[in-house]
Design a protein around this ligand. Sequence first.
Ligand SMILES: [Zn+2]
Ligand SMILES: [Zn+2]
Length: 142
Amino acid sequence: MENEFLTRQLKEKRIRPSYQRMRILDYLATHHTHPTADTIYQALKQEIPALSKSTVYNTLITFANAGLVQSVRIDEPGVRFDIKTKQHGHFRCQACDRLIDFDINLDEVNIQGLEQHHITERHVYYQGLCQACLTESNKEEF
Ligand SMILES: [Zn+2]
Ligand SMILES: [Zn+2]
């Protein structure tokens, strides 16, 4: 990712573009795998020995509060982070634990019984076996 682009994104959100923050945002922008804070920490700790797990986590929370990423709480306690903040649904593969994005228009979802409540977040979450794992398990049967 272009450093200039990342710097601009952080500055727009009034976040000081420190080296560590830049690297974490770059990781998210180049790995659309819904990583947890731990995954990002493991990937960057070699390159940035001064990095701590809590720095990664706090940075991700800062990004989430600024709307740069969204946090996805599907399999607690592992909060995953998603660079794609536009509305979309998630499908989790129970075999390989991959989180796959799909498009959904939540405004067209017909919800009944919540009229009196104030909704602040909407998440769509499906679970099952992904195509790759289905192919894999079919192979094993033969
Ligand atoms: Zn799978
Ligand atoms: Zn996603």
